[in-house]
Ligand binder design. Structure first.
Ligand code: UD1
Length: 419
């Protein structure tokens, strides 16, 4: 298993290119099941999760071409298999996003239940309940979701009791090909939902209310191919903003968009990080010392749970205390013991963590536990005195492209140790 070694203490300066969003690419790729296509996605990132989704769609019978040089993914063809097998779904929960499109287009799907993951139980009940409201019959058997519908899915009024990004995406795709109008209430408003809606509209879907929590989808009989650019990855941008901030540097995040950061932008500003939108992207600069800020994760435009671990690392070396409250996932503090091993002072009480800022972290061997937690340890390593070795880097490779190259390009002392 690869590891990453970082010698801390370098100030980061320069330009970091921000790639296409992982969390936008996965549902966009699943949307290819709604048409014979071709659906061409430009600005697609070369990430392990994207490769897993490509494999899943190939397994369903689609032709997938991923040109990592031009950053283009082309998906075409009809599904020949309606089953998403366990060995692929267990690798990546977002695989469940094939359920809505398969059911809407082919009237049938069998998708392995994704099960739990390191950051929490993460059920899919909201996806299933919504599809049932649209006329699907759902049967859970042998670890699989069996779904069928006689005729087409029917438009329905679906009120989510809780905001879910994945359920909103699954139902948006299903509703695009349903008979009649579907109303999605308390829908997620993440920029990735807007991106999926824009792509579906380019494919011929009729969707109103994009960017709001009430999406109105007038089903159409068929969708056609389209070419769609993937939005920049706001989590990658926010993560590198933290890297610039924790090293006291100045970095241009090429292609990043301020509006996509939601409350993260305000939190960073309160912590003493300057963010300026410029034509090429986002300029990030720390002027003075970092200040502690209280954070609570919420659905967009609130503070993103996917930025919680990285921001907590910033708070570890900020002046004063910060309270970090996680409201989306129940077990998303696995980075805390590792950060404490590097000299951080963090206490967890239920879903909140109190972070007392220290002057300096010290390098140590640490273990990555999930995707975003991995980067929080890289950030700690950038700021720490001495060497940090992050183990289990495969988590990082799921969602960050070219971490060492991007960080070394702005002056970090970082290398991958291959086994
Ligand atoms: C997506 C993102 C993930 C991010 C998360 C929250 C992708 C591929 N992943 O995950 O990076 O951290 O949004 O912003 O886009 N829930 C239920 N029942 C359901 C569905 C969800 O109880 O049927 C709960 C979850 O357990 C969680 C909360 O709702 O507590 C939000 O989850 P959701 O927004 O669905 O996250 P994902 O779509 O899985």
């Amino acid at each position: 298993m690869d590891r990453i070694r970082i010698r801390g203490g370098r100030t980061l300066r320069g330009t970091i290119p921000v790639g296409g969003a992982k969390n936008a690419s996965l549902p966009l790729m699943a949307a290819a099941l709604l048409t014979d296509g071709p659906l061409v996605l430009t600005n697609a990132p070369a990430l392990d999760d994207v490769r897993t989704m490509a494999r899943l769609l190939e397994q369903h019978g689609l032709a997938v071409e991923h040109d990592t040089r031009t950053r283009q993914i082309s998906l075409s063809g009809a599904a020949t298999s309606l089953e998403a097998p366990y060995d692929l779904v267990r690798k990546m929960r977002a695989s469940v996003l094939v359920l809505g499109p398969l059911l809407a287009r082919y009237g049938e799907a069998r998708v392995s239940l994704p099960g739990g993951c390191a950051i929490g139980t993460r059920p899919v009940d909201l996806h299933l309940r919504g599809l049932e409201q649209m006329g699907a019959r759902i049967n859970l058997d042998g670890g699989y979701i069996g779904a069928t519908v006689s005729g087409r899915l029917k438009g329905a009024r679906i009120h989510f009791p809780q905001v879910s990004v994945g359920a909103t995406e699954n139902l948006l795709m299903a509703a695009a090909l349903a008979e009649g109008t579907t109303e999605l209430l308390n829908a997620a408003r993440e920029p990735e939902i807007g991106d999926l809606a824009a792509c579906l509209i380019a494919m011929g879907a009729r969707i109103e209310g994009v960017g709001t929590d009430r999406l109105l989808v007038h089903g159409v009989d068929s969708l056609h191919g389209a070419t769609h650019p993937v939005i920049p990855d706001r989590i990658e941008a926010g993560t590198y903003a933290c890297a610039a901030a924790i090293t006291g540097g100045e970095v241009l995040l090429e292609g990043a968009k301020l509006a996509h950061l939601g409350a993260c932008a305000r939190v960073l500003a309160e912590a003493g990080v300057e963010l300026d939108e410029v034509p090429q992207g986002l300029r990030v600069r720390r002027v003075d010392g970092l200040r502690g800020v209280d954070i609570m994760t919420e659905p967009f435009p609130g503070f993103a749970t996917d930025m919680q671990a990285q921001t907590m690392t910033l708070m570890c070396v900020a002046e004063g205390a910060s309270m970090v409250t996680e409201t989306i996932f129940e077990n998303r503090f696995m980075h805390v013991p590792e950060l404490n091993r590097m000299g951080a002072r963090i206490n967890v009480h239920g879903s909140s963590a109190i972070v007392r800022g220290v002057a300096r972290l010290s390098g140590a061997p640490v273990m990555a536990t999930d995707l975003r937690a991995s980067f929080s340890l890289v950030l700690a390593g950038l700021a720490a005195a001495g060497d940090t070795v992050v183990n289990r880097v495969y988590h990082l490779d799921r969602g960050y492209e070219g971490v060492e190259a991007k960080l070394a390009g702005v002056g970090a002392d970082i290398e991958r140790l291959r086994d």
